[in-house]
Write a protein that binds this ligand. Structure first.
Ligand code: DX5
Ligand code: ZN
Length: 220
């Protein structure tokens, strides 16, 4: 089952409640929240207080993507703030096992995010401790970038890696996904598909979510 996870990065933050309500109307079952600290990535977005407010505004599961240095220091606090899923980047956490275990112990799903130029082997040992892997299909930091085509093969290879180990780790993909490439992304094996600008830059975000879901189903 493919799930569309709208990323609020491209939403109008002054009307965040309405924007979230619109993607709920479109049938989104997950909300992707990008946390950036201006160090790990060259952009600053939002943090714990905003996640707490979003928690009060929606029943949708909140998927927090931490693009911050010292993710181990903050991961549990995001669960306390209301996150149901927390992903941390393999490039920045030398203690992945510990951080993933802490997230799980808190009752949330634990994910490992990986940048386009980081090889999959970097997360191989962490696979059994992760509920999902987030493949970045753009360099993290900004919405509206172009999809990096080699990400498709990376998703396929990760899928094989997961199956070979008899694991049930889910694959999420994030960056540059729109109605034209979503079917290919789903066919490669991604189950949670993040999309920001292709939803919130449209005049009708609810319809944009429906369009993406229908396009994703075409691969089946
Ligand atoms: C980029 C973020 C993405 C971003 C995706 O660093 O992690 O979640 O919002 O936006 P689009 O879909 O516009 O590439
Ligand atoms: Zn993201």
């Amino acid at each position: 089952m493919v799930e569309i996870a709208p990323s609020i990065l491209s939403a109008d933050f002054a009307r965040l409640g309405e924007e979230i309500a619109s993607i709920e109307r479109g049938g989104a079952r997950l909300l992707h929240v990008d946390v950036m600290d201006g160090h790990f990535v060259p952009n600053i977005t939002l943090g714990l207080p905003v996640v707490k407010s979003i928690r009060r505004a929606t029943e949708l599961p909140i998927d927090t993507h931490l693009m911050i240095t010292e993710p181990g220091r903050y991961a549990e606090q995001f669960v306390d703030a209301g996150a149901n899923m927390v992903s941390i980047h393999v490039e920045i956490d030398p203690h992945l096992h510990r951080t993933l275990s802490c997230i799980r112990k808190k009752g949330a799903l634990a994910g490992v995010a990986i940048n386009p130029a980081t090889p999959l082997v970097a997360l191989e040992e962490a696979l059994p401790f992760a509920d999902y892997i987030l493949i970045m299909s753009v360099n993290p930091g900004f919405g509206g970038q172009k999809f990096i085509p080699t990400s498709l093969d990376k998703v396929r290879r990760l899928k094989r890696m997961i199956e070979d180990r008899g694991l049930r780790t889910r694959i999420e993909i994030d960056g540059g996904i729109d109605r034209n490439n979503i079917a290919e992304v789903a066919a490669a094996g991604a189950e949670i598909i993040v999309s920001g600008s292709a939803i919130f830059n449209e005049s009708d975000p609810a319809q944009a979510v429906r369009t993406l879901r229908e396009a994703a189903m075409q691969w089946a």
